[in-house]
Design a binder for this molecule. Structure first.
Ligand code: SF4
Ligand code: SF4
Length: 450
């Protein structure tokens, strides 16, 4: 018997603490993915993943086609980088990344203005590839996590013993973002095909698609297409932030928590984001490197043509915004965020590029920006951050240790477990930059342990 929408919501699985945020998905969740006209040039950073910067394999004057390797390194922790347009390499030099740093990049002037994606033929026998072959393809085709820090996927999936369960993360819990949502309903076969490849790679015999209940069309199409596969199940999860953090999703679906400092694989599970799963299918089955991606462009009433756009990696934020009618000169006082409003980066230049983990570009008007002070307000011991921290930390105490310059004292409070969800800053009534302090403390500890 069909289950009603309200019943699906009532039964949806969830986790403790966290917060309810205004979703603001309505700006773009009904907008089908559109391919933007190709930019006149792209700036492809040679570091788009967690790990070492790769070495350029091209030089100025070289002709490249979309999908050609332009950077690589013989290092297990690296992921290859590819040309995202067909054109001529004009520069290989450091370019602004958007976070105040300069990153070695390959600049390619587009010579072919075709808007059509190159056709990729299905690789014969892709369903039978063994783990080592799959991992090699993922490294060479530049597959990294597309929703976070860009961790190389071939490292995540290099398990030595069988992991019984795969969770495909379709929660997409950050407000405004809908690129995973559109991927699940427009490239459903790729998401399911990618899940089959991961299951084969890690030896899993069960796959769960965890999707927030505010995406009923994605739940329906995934259920419809996996109906005849007893190893696959779609589990609606409650709309709550940060439902998409892998450990909260794992807890919501399985009720299990990895040990402190541990990983989801310690409790027999691997969690992969839906867009990454689709990219895995395209690399392994179709031979397509990761050189373009879908991003959501949105904001609270600030973008007329907000939507979901397919763009080459390396397209500048300036070009994306201008292509949809947002003029740079009209953005005085606005904050431009690469990613979601909670975990994204407020870029310091519109010349920053879209990179593999970029889920969206948000245009936040001055009225939507929290006031910033040069000083740090004191903690008033309200405990709001403690009550909402999804990991169960004491962000109030941790932040005070970091302020005092003694992050080591926060180690006993498990500072390293922080998932950087930004809830503690969001709920703090005294506008303390709690998340920033916790992240700073983690960075100080990393530095001091070198
Ligand atoms: S301490 Fe970390 S995990 Fe906890 S609320 Fe703050 S940012 Fe999120
Ligand atoms: S929310 Fe802010 S004021 Fe309240 S306990 Fe946490 S840090 Fe202190």
């Amino acid at each position: 018997m069909p289950v009603s929408t309200s019943e699906v919501k009532r039964r949806a699985k969830t986790f403790q603490r966290g917060i309810d945020l205004p979703h603001n998905k309505h700006y773009t969740d009904g907008k089908a993915v559109e391919r933007l006209p190709l930019p006149p040039f792209v700036v492809v950073p040679l570091r788009q993943h967690a790990g070492e910067t790769v070495e350029p394999t091209v030089k100025p004057g070289d002709h490249v086609s979309a999908g050609d390797v332009v950077g690589d390194l013989d290092d297990r922790w690296c992921s290859a980088v590819h040309a995202s347009v067909t054109g001529v390499v004009s520069e290989v030099e450091p370019r602004p990344f958007g976070d105040g740093t300069m990153v070695p990049s390959v600049v390619i002037r587009t010579t072919e203005q075709s808007r059509e994606a190159p056709a990729f033929a299905e690789r014969a026998g892709w369903q039978d590839l063994d783990q080592q072959t799959i991992l090699g393809i993922l490294k060479d085709f530049g597959i990294v996590g597309m929703a976070g820090a860009g961790f190389p996927t071939h490292i995540n999936l290099a398990v030595r013993s069988k992991i019984p369960m795969l969770i495909v993360n379709g929660a997409e819990c950050e407000p405004f973002l809908t690129s995973d949502h559109r991927t699940m309903i427009e490239r459903t076969d790729a998401v399911i095909g990618g899940a089959e490849i991961i299951m084969r790679c890690i030896g899993a015999d069960r796959c769960v698609f965890g999707v927030e209940t505010n995406k009923p069309d994605a739940i329906e199409v995934l259920r419809d297409k996996t109906r005849n596969n007893p190893a696959m199940e779609v589990v609606p999860v409650a709309v709550k932030y940060p439902q998409g953090y892998k450990k909260t999703l794992l807890r919501a679906i399985t009720g299990k928590d990895p040990p402190l400092g541990g990983r989801s694989s310690d409790v027999g599970c691997i969690v992969r984001n839906a867009s990454t799963t689709a990219a895995i299918y395209e690399a392994v089955a179709l031979g397509k490197p990761l050189y373009e991606r879908v991003i959501t462009v949105s904001g609270p009433g600030s973008v007329e043509r907000c939507g979901n756009y397919l763009v080459p990696v390396g397209t500048t934020i300036r070009y994306v915004l201008e292509s949809i009618g947002v003029r740079a000169e009209d953005l005085d006082g606005y904050k431009i965020i690469r990613g979601g409003p909670m975990t994204g980066l407020a870029v310091d230049t519109l010349d920053a590029p879209v990179v593999k983990p970029t889920t969206g570009i948000l245009v936040m008007p001055p009225s939507a920006i929290q006031p910033q002070h040069e000083w740090i307000n004191p903690c008033i011991r309200c405990s709001a951050c403690v009550n909402h921290c999804p990991v169960g930390l004491y962000p109030n105490e941790i932040s005070q240790f970091v302020e005092a310059g003694t992050p080591e004292a926060a180690e006993g409070l498990h500072i390293r477990e922080c998932c950087e969800c930004a809830i503690c800053s969001y709920v703090c009534p005294n506008y303390r930059p709690v998340t920033h302090l916790v992240m700073e403390g983690k960075a100080m500890l990393r530095q001091r342990s070198r």
